[in-house]
Design a protein around this ligand. Structure first.
Ligand code: HEC
Length: 494
């Protein structure tokens, strides 16, 4: 997402490189199978030197983010999964969905005590204190300035007010059946047909297999180049974030297939120049709030091009004045012999045109329309909206060839919260001549107008869309040879 924004990058190109691709490390550092315990930096014990705190359902260190458990190995039982299907009031449901369910999902992440999906989930005895209910505990924790929920910081005032009104009114069930809880289908565990897993880690030295932690201060992108360790044609079936020592610094990661890169295995670009090689293909990504991606079992994600070069781009955002070490990584699991029948790729829908958000705008929009080049049926399976701080929701609509409009997103659009970027299941099929419209909605609470840019103070409007056949959504014809959406609002990129 930065490739076209060099001009905004006041970042310097410094050292170059490194690369760490540890093959087949199914035994990963930090032991986690997911992102469980983001701690509040500084208040919790993130495990033993950062490596102990994230194990899945096994022994676990300080996953709590609360300064509570010792960081050296108390046993944390798997969190309580959801049960019941009664709706919550829609406004409450939206907040839980965007701000809580990334951790308190249908199957809670490692170290998270319980699911917060259905109304029933909120009525049970609290896990840490069965004398009170979960909703009583919610009331306490959303106002707890020392260990707030969400743990990344207190909810905005309007969300807090909505939850307070509901909690103070007795936390009663909702009546609108359209707000029956939806669990995030991409919360996933490693699929049973997985044949191999590989890890890529952030590191400091531009040397293959280097494991020196990268020291991070401020807000910067980093790019780590590596040679694809899997055989030709391998499909990705599962992508897991390995949070490492300082998960709170990770604003996003993206894995690309670098089709035109010649960077040696291990190359590190930090702070990244922002000049991504010419035609990288996005393979997978994560931002706080997204789950580990388990790809549906008839689909695998195309991993590498013919030159086997890959990269992991990470947006680090260190809000402290300290320089902190990071060794985060991504586990990539594959099928290599028994391939799945469909191969998907991720495309960028949205626009970089028309993002001009006036000061104090209540609802400013930017619209992009993707006109796929492929004329056969295209199966879209996942949508992952990406905006920045002013983003509020994103609508996605199929524009059928015959002129009808079919909304893909729920009424009011996919809710969006910068601090909890969730991906959504979107099962639809495009036929020849159909297009997809993406509308991003922003609310500007500042006195400045805001345009497009890769730093958080600027805005974006992307929908990272997973679809098969591979690259079927892509259409660069509108771009006049450019590889960014900058010149057009009618393109879709790979
Ligand atoms: C980034 C992950 C994450 C997010 C997002 C998150 N939580 Fe949590 N939550 C945790 C973890 C980990 C714990 C266990 C450690 C602790 O209590 O601090 C927890 C504990 C809790 C508890 C205490 C349960 C008990 O039995 O002690 C409540 C209540 C809670 N969360 C509510 C919420 C609500 C409400 C939201 C959204 C407004 C939310 N959480 C968002 C990770 C998260």
């Amino acid at each position: 997402m930065k490739q076209k924004f060099l001009v905004f990058g006041s970042l310097l190109l410094a050292g170059s490189v490194l690369a760490g691709c540890q093959s087949n490390a199914d035994t990963n550092r930090g032991g986690g199978s997911n992102l469980g315990g983001f701690g509040n930096a500084g208040t919790n014990g993130l495990g033993n030197g950062g490596n102990g705190g994230f194990s899945a359902g096994g022994t676990s260190g300080g996953v709590s983010g609360s300064g509570g458990p010792a960081a050296d190995g108390g046993t944390v039982a798997a969190g309580r999964a959801t049960s019941g299907t009664t709706a919550l009031p829609c406004n409450v449901n939206t907040i839980l969905k965007t701000s809580c369910q990334s951790c308190h999902g249908a199957t809670p992440l490692s170290g998270v005590p319980m699911s917060l999906i259905s109304w029933e989930d909120t009525q049970k005895p609290a896990v840490s204190n069965p004398a009170i209910t979960v909703h009583d505990m919610v009331k306490m924790r959303i106002h707890d300035t020392v260990k707030p929920m969400p743990m990344t910081g207190m909810l905005p005032a309007d969300s807090l007010a909505t939850l307070d009104a509901w909690l103070d009114g007795g936390a009663i069930a909702g009546t609108d059946p359209s707000c029956v809880p939806m669990s995030n289908p991409y919360a996933g565990t490693k699929p049973a047909d997985t044949e191999n897993c590989y890890e890529v880690h952030a590191h400091a030295k531009s040397v293959a297999k280097d494991t020196t932690p990268l020291m991070v201060s401020g807000e910067h992108y980093a790019a780590f180049y590596f040679d694809a360790p899997w055989p030709d044609g391998a499909q990705g079936v599962y992508f897991e974030t390995l949070p490492g020592m300082h998960p709170e610094l990770i604003h996003h990661w993206l894995i690309y297939s670098e089709e035109n890169s010649n960077n040696p295995d291990g190359t590190v670009d930090y702070p990244a120049s922002g000049s991504h090689p010419s035609s990288p293909t996005l393979v997978a990504g994560w931002a706080p709030g997204a789950d580990n991606n388990s790809i549906p079992n008839d689909v695998g994600v195309q991993l590498s091009g013919t030159n086997h070069k890959m990269s992991m781009e990470v947006h680090f955002f260190n809000r402290t004045t300290d320089t902190l070490p990071v060794d985060m990584g991504v586990k990539i699991c594959t099928v290599e012999k028994h391939l799945r029948p469909n191969t998907a790729t991720m495309s960028w829908l949205g626009t970089e045109l028309g993002i001009n958000i006036p000061p104090m705008a209540q609802d400013s929009t930017a619209t992009g329309t993707c006109t796929p080049q492929f004329s056969g049926d295209i199966h879209v399976i996942r949508t992952w909206p990406h905006m920045h701080l002013l983003g509020r929701h994103m609508e996605s609509t199929i524009l059928r060839a015959n002129g009808t409009r079919e909304p893909v997103s729920p009424a009011g659009g996919w809710p969006f919260d910068f601090n909890s970027e969730v991906s959504w299941k979107t099962e639809y099929v495009l036929h020849a001549g159909d297009r997809v419209e993406t509308v991003c909605h922003y609310t500007n609470t500042t006195n400045n107008s805001v345009g497009v840019g890769f730093e958080n103070r600027y805005e974006m409007c992307f929908d990272f869309t997973l679809a098969y056949p591979a690259k079927a959504l892509v259409n660069k014809n509108f771009l006049g040879g450019s590889t960014s959406l900058t010149n057009s609002s009618t393109a879709c990129l790979n």
